[in-house]
Design a protein. Structure first.
Length: 156
């Protein structure tokens, strides 16, 4: 039974591996248990690396006794890097977010994002087989051995 494919935007990754956000704990556990297949691309990793160097992030890394390298190592451990996806049939108002949409559509993946531009596209993404949402509550996590089928992630 394959794990559920998921695409995580950069803010969700920060919640997982920098801020240790309580709302991201179920997601973190599912990643660690192999219940989710985190799809990513090199440009997504590059964006994360760039964001980790922002002056407002450095104090948070220091507070949690983390380095940018620690966060990137967690990304490398859990994400499956794929080739950049072809442009999806819909376009995000924020060009920086398009890569997440393209990959989610190509992979028929759940798209977790806090970005208003991405979330405003939820209905259109749903028509393409992608469910876009801010978080993944524990009750939506696939359980151990639970099968994932493409229609479950279609946002029906």
């Amino acid at each position: 039974m394959p794990p559920q494919p998921v695409v995580l935007d950069t803010n969700i990754v920060l919640d997982l591996f920098v801020f240790n956000d309580a709302a991201a704990q179920a997601l973190k556990q599912a990643l660690q248990a192999g219940e989710l297949d985190w799809l990513a691309t090199q440009p997504m990793r590059d964006e994360l690396e760039r964001v980790l160097a922002y002056p407002q992030i450095a104090p948070r890394l220091a507070f949690y006794q983390l380095s940018a390298g620690d966060v990137l190592a967690a990304f490398d451990c859990h994400a499956r890097l794929l080739e950049v996806a072809a442009k999806a049939g819909i376009t995000c108002k924020d060009a920086d977010d398009q890569k997440f949409i393209d990959l989610a559509v190509a992979g028929k993946a759940l798209l977790l994002s806090k970005d208003r531009h991405v979330l405003s596209m939820a209905r259109r993404l749903g028509k393409l087989g992608v469910k876009a949402q801010r978080t993944m509550p524990a009750d939506q996590m696939p359980g151990p051995g639970q099968a994932y089928s493409a229609h479950e992630g279609a946002g029906t």
